[in-house]
Write a protein that binds this ligand. Sequence first.
Ligand code: GSH
Length: 225
Amino acid sequence: MGGMADGRLIIGTRRYSSWSLRGWLVVHLAGLDVEEVLIPIAGGGGTAGIKVVSPNGLVPYLEHRGARVWESLAIGEYCAEIAPALWPADRVARAHARSIASEMHAGFRPLRMAMPMNLGRQARPLAAPLADDVLGDIARIDAILSETRATFGAGGPYLFGAGLTVADAMYAPVIARFLSYGVTLSPVAAEYAAALRAHPLVVRWYDEAAREPAAWQLDRYESIS
Ligand SMILES: N[C@@H](CCC(=O)N[C@@H](CS)C(=O)NCC(=O)O)C(=O)O
């Protein structure tokens, strides 16, 4: 507590908390001065410490200069008010960015269940064949990434060019899953995945995850073969 920060960002275990990564990215991209509070997650929505601080019982949760913001996409919108470059400047590009960000926020449950984010897992495919709904999710995400890069990405390596947007932050965890589980992507999507993984903030998140104590690791994720 204390210090001169403008608020706090509550996140979960970096190794697993895919939604926290989204919120953390947009807060850092917007340059908010907030204290970071990490509550190790118990998995399966059962973390008592998160339930008592966050309105929806989930992380990420942001408190900033009187504003209380939960749900990662709402945190993205809040940060984009402070740093408008978090959405593309062009109206048509911005409409596309909002659409794909919402699609990620609301969907792809089969993929999420089959491939939980685990930053300690590296390029190791699942032992069992992928179900059709998981394959469908992968194909749709690959198409989103490829089409967005081809249509809007000419100015740089990210979805909308030179800088990360809220949309990139929303897709960062699924990229981490693809890398962890060795999912084969089309060349354009694979190139984007590599660029996002190499972004300094993503590198920092992975480095900090690697330094988390082994006691925070959860068998339910580590035992997935
Ligand atoms: N729709 C929410 C989802 C947030 C969410 O599911 N967070 C998980 C961790 S990634 C959580 O807080 N789980 C609590 C727990 O495991 O106890 C958002 O966009 O922020």
